[in-house]
Design a binder for this molecule. Structure first.
Ligand code: NDP
Ligand code: 2IT
Length: 450
């Protein structure tokens, strides 16, 4: 096996191995390529990590579960979706990562997300392994009862594989507090146990304060660190955000709070452009529109008399771009447009929203670039804090959790600097990947060939 020839380990040899096993998982290949691009050169200079089998084990999930999810729609039709849980790495703690409900979900997508989670969760400094799951179920246009029946059926199978000490799922695209509630209720019913098996729970039954806000807030805390490094701040910066879900809306919230002007948000139908900036009142409208009425972003344009356009918001002139919707949403062309418009900083709220070519363009132009596994780690970090509070049967104040989050994001930034320091500034990809890798690799080596 080529990767066992440790001195000859290359990014290509690892990719060859991964592709030969699973040729039809392009997102997973993309994630592996990005991580290996940093850690293979590091390993070549650090003999300790030329450890037999380490890389082969790192790119192979410990366990992948695929299951049938039968449910009944409101018209009495029987329907079947496919459910997934990839338990990728438990070297640092119980598997931890979200569940995604979207028609785009397949095994390769879940594997890429779970693989990213290994390094992200390591970076938080908390005792969290890595997993991800979900289903190709489309929650859009489904009634409340259909969503509940689907979640219950999903948990009827998933409950065998999760518990507070083995695997702790949370939300992701299409899975928010409502879905976590139904999943939790069904787990409790099946096991007769009230435990912290999921995070992102409602505050009334074991959720942590700030978990809802955590990914978006954490992203902006990280952006502040990136800008501070250049003696800059968010004050008066124009910001374009994609998406209008959990991450996007709370990124918008904190950006406004820190003095920036958020001029765009989007959904899969298009984007709104509000040149004056979204203010607190407009943001309240958006939260109600998206979370209560579950409406579309174009309604904002109609309500406030601003432009709505189909397509992606990256055509707009801005200082800071925050992709907070989905993977590969910034193409090479989008990146070149942003660079042409003098964008200063890109930071990823979503997982892997930039294509390889887009990242190369940002690096070539010297644009500040924060990879998701560092910049969006605030969500899983507060999930880790939710687990701690559940274990203690205690709940911290909003301010206490916020202080923890600020510290965690700052520490992640420090780690990026420690391992990614270059003459030209911080190489955040290199820093995040190496810092994330070291802790996981140390734990994997110590625990033997398992
Ligand atoms: P939500 O379901 O709350 O929101 C997703 C948003 O992205 C919606 O506005 C949705 O628009 C848009 N979107 C989704 N898919 C597409 C697509 N294919 N094209 C265009 N727009 C799309 O999800 P989250 O906010 O929780 O997640 C957003 C991203 O952040 C994901 O990449 C997720 O993995 C990542 N993330 C989430 C964390 C969390 O704590 N929730 C933590 C860290 C990362 P529409 O409604 O039209 O589909
Ligand atoms: O991508 C992510 O980090 C998440 N969806 C959050 C995972 C979690 O367990 O809170």
């Amino acid at each position: 096996m080529p990767v066992n020839e440790l001195d000859n380990l290359t990014v290509e040899s690892v990719l060859e191995l991964v592709k030969s096993r699973d040729p039809d998982q392009p997102e997973f290949h993309q994630a592996v390529r990005e991580v290996m691009g940093s850690i293979i050169p590091y390993i070549q200079n650090h003999d300790k990590y030329k450890h037999p089998g380490l890389i082969e084990r790192l790119v192979e999930p410990e366990r992948s579960v695929i299951f049938r999810v039968p449910w009944e729609d409101d018209n009495g039709n029987y329907r079947v979706n496919r459910g997934f849980r990839v338990q990728f790495n438990s070297a640092l703690g119980p598997y931890k990562g979200g569940l995604r409900f979207s028609p785009t979900v397949n095994l390769g997508v879940v594997k890429f997300l779970a693989f990213e989670q290994i390094f992200k969760n390591s970076l938080t400094g908390l005792p969290l392994g890595a997993g991800k799951g979900g289903s190709d179920f489309d929650p859009k246009e489904r009634s409340e009862n259909e969503i509940m029946r689907f979640c219950q059926s999903f948990m009827n199978e998933l409950y065998r594989f999760v518990s507070k000490d083995t695997d702790v799922p949370a939300g992701d695209i299409g899975v928010g507090e409502r879905e976590v509630g139904y999943l939790f209720g069904q787990y409790k019913r099946l096991t007769a146990q009230f435990t912290g098996v999921l995070t992102g729970k409602g505050l009334a039954y074991g959720g942590s304060k700030l978990r809802t806000q955590a990914t978006g807030y954490g992203l902006l805390y990280f952006v502040e660190e990136m800008l501070n490094e250049k003696n800059e701040s968010l004050e008066n910066k124009s910001v374009v955000i994609s998406g209008s879900g959990n991450v996007a809306l709370f990124a918008c919230d904190k950006a406004i709070d820190l003095g920036a002007r958020v001029i765009a948000l989007s959904d899969s139908g298009g984007f709104i452009h509000d040149p004056e900036g979204i203010n607190a009142e407009k943001l309240e409208y958006l939260k109600e529109l998206k979370n209560v009425r579950r409406g579309r972003i174009h309604e904002y344009a109609e309500k406030f008399g601003v432009d709505f356009n189909e397509g992606k918001p990256w055509v707009l002139d801005c200082n800071i771009a925050l992709p907070c919707a989905t993977e590969n949403e910034i193409s090479k062309d989008d990146a070149e447009t942003l660079i042409h418009n003098d964008v200063q900083c890109i930071a990823e709220g979503a997982n892997m929203p930039c294509t390889d070519e887009a990242i190369t363009a940002f690096y070539r132009s010297g644009t500040l670039y924060g990879p998701g596994k560092a910049s969006n780690a605030g969500g899983v970090a507060v999930s880790g804090l939710e687990m701690t509070q559940n274990a203690k049967r205690y709940s911290w104040s909003f301010e206490d959790v916020d202080d923890h989050l600020i510290n965690i994001m700052k520490t992640i930034h420090d780690k990026c600097r420690e391992y990614g320091d270059e003459n030209t500034g911080i190489d955040y990809i290199k820093g995040a990947n190496i810092a994330g890798f070291i802790k996981v690799a140390d734990a994997m080596i110590a625990q033997g060939n398992v």
